[in-house]
Design a protein around this ligand. Structure first.
Ligand code: IPM
Ligand code: MG
Length: 357
C-alpha cells in the first residue's frame, strides 16, 4: 500500500499539530508495512506572506495529485485586516471549491474519559455520537455577494440547486444506513425558499431511495436548542453550509473540547481534505501545549475515507483512546489537572499504536 499525503501545516498551532499527526501516520505505516509519502506545502497566512496568495497554484496542484490532504489550521490576527486584499480563509474556501469537496463530515463524539471536561452535565452527554454532514461548496458561502457603490447596502445570496442537495443527502443517508439508521435534515423552511427546495428534494430522495431510514426534519433554530437539551437523540444530521458551520461549532462543546474533533471533506473522487475542527489558536502557537488529538483523529479519517484502510484507522482511534485511558491530557482537556504537551501526547499515541498491534 502506497499513498501520498500533502500536508498543509498553515498558521498558528497548525505546524505543531500536523507534525504530531504525521508522526502517527508514520507509525501506522511502519506497523502495517505501508509506504506513505509526505509533501509539505504552504497555505493560509504564511502563504500570503511568502507568495501573496493564501492558496498558491503549486500548492493546489500538489493537492490535486495527492491521495489525501492533511491541513492544520489557517488564519491569525496578523492577517485580520478587513481591508486586506485577501485573507487566509479565502485559501481554504478556494481549496474546498477547487477540489470539489462538497461533503464535510464532522463527528461529534463524547469520549467517556473527557465527560468531566464538558460544560454540560454528564447525564445529558454520555453516549453522544453524532455525525454531521455539512454541505461545503454551495449555499450562502458561494452565492452572489455584493456591496453597493456607496457602501450603504450589501447582500449575500443563499442558493442551492437540486443536484447539490441530492448528492449530500444521499451521502448522509448511506452513512445513516451504516449506523443506527436515523437521519435528521436541518433547514429553515418556514422562512427561506431555498430551504423549502432543500426539504422537498431531501424528502423525495429519502422516500425513493432510502425508505428504511428513519427520517425527520428539524428547523435550524430548534436544532440549536435540541443539540444541547437532547443531543443523544441525533445520529446522522445533514444540513447546508452556513447552518452546518454554526451547528457544528455548537456541537463541538458537547465533548468538552474542540481539541478532539476531526473533520473530513469529501468529493466525488480523490483526494479528501482532513483537518481538525479547531482553528489556528495563535495565542498558544509554538508553545507545545496544543492538543494534537483532533488532527490525529483527522488522519484516522483520511486512512478510512481516502485510503480505505479501516483497520489502520481503528488502530489510530484505539491508540487515542488508550492515551486518554492512561489519564494523559493536554491543557485544554485537563480540567485544571496535570497536563502534558503536544509532543508528549503524540509520543503516547505513537507508543500505543506499536503496543496494540
Ligand atoms: C470552518 C471554518 C471556516 C468556515 C472558515 C475558517 C472559513 O469556520 O471550517 O468551520 O466557515 O467554513
Ligand atoms: Mg466554522
Amino acid at each position: 500500500m502506497q499513498a501520498k499525503f500533502v500536508v498543509l501545516p498553515g498558521d498558528g498551532i497548525g505546524p505543531e499539530v500536523t507534525r504530531a499527526a504525521r508522526r502517527v501516520l508514520e507509525a501506522v505505516a511502519s506497523q502495517f508495512g505501508y509506504s506513505f509519502a509526505f509533501d509539505e506545502r504552504p497555505m493560509g497566512g504564511c502563504a500570503i506572506d511568502d507568495y501573496g496568495d493564501p492558496l498558491p497554484q503549486a500548492t493546489l496542484e500538489a493537492c490535486r495529485a495527492a491521495d489525501a490532504v492533511l491541513l492544520g489550521a489557517v488564519g491569525g490576527p496578523k492577517w485580520d485586516d478587513p481591508n486586506a486584499k485577501t485573507r487566509p480563509e479565502a485559501g481554504l474556501l478556494d481549496l474546498r471549491k477547487e477540489l470539489g469537496l462538497f461533503a464535510n463530515l464532522r463527528p461529534i463524539v463524547a469520549y467517556d474519559q473527557l465527560i468531566e471536561a464538558s460544560p454540560l452535565r454528564r447525564d445529558l452527554i454520555e453516549g453522544v455520537d453524532i455525525l454531521f454532514f455539512r454541505e461545503l461548496t454551495g449555499g450562502i458561502y458561494f452565492g452572489d455577494s455584493w456591496l453597493s457603490d456607496d457602501g450603504s447596502h450589501a447582500g449575500s445570496v443563499m442558493e442551492y440547486s437540486v443536484g447539490e442537495i441530492e448528492r449530500i443527502v444521499r451521502l448522509a443517508a448511506v452513512a445513516a444506513g451504516n449506523r443506527s439508521n436515523r437521519l435528521t435534515s436541518v433547514d429553515k423552511a418556514n422562512v427561506l425558499e431555498v430551504s423549502r427546495l432543500w426539504r422537498r428534494v431531501a424528502a423525495r430522495i429519502m422516500a425513493d431511495e432510502f425508505p428504511d431510514v428513519d427520517y425527520e426534519v428539524v428547523l435550524v433554530d430548534a436544532m440549536a436548542m435540541h443539540l444541547i437539551s437532547r443531543p443523544r437523540d441525533f445520529d446522522v444530521v445533514v444540513t447546508g453550509n452556513l447552518f452546518g458551520d454554526i451547528l457544528t461549532d455548537e456541537g463541538s462543546m458537547l465533548p468538552g473540547s474542540l481539541g478532539v474533533l476531526p473533520s473530513a471533506s469529501l468529493g466525488d473522487g480523490r483526494p479528501g481534505l482532513y483537518e481538525p475542527v479547531h482553528g489556528s489558536a495563535p495565542d498558544i502557537a509554538g508553545e507545545d501545549i496544543a492538543n494534537p488529538l483532533a488532527t490525529i483523529l483527522a488522519a484516522a479519517m483520511a486512512l478510512r475515507h481516502s485510503l480505505d484502510l479501516e483497520e489502520a484507522a481503528q488502530a489510530v482511534e484505539a491508540a487515542v483512546g488508550a492515551a486518554l485511558d492512561a489519564g494523559l491530557r493536554t491543557k485544554d482537556i485537563a480540567a485544571g489537572g496535570p497536563a502534558i504537551g503536544t509532543t508528549a501526547m503524540a509520543d503516547a499515541v505513537v507508543a500505543a499504536i506499536s503496543r496494540e498491534l
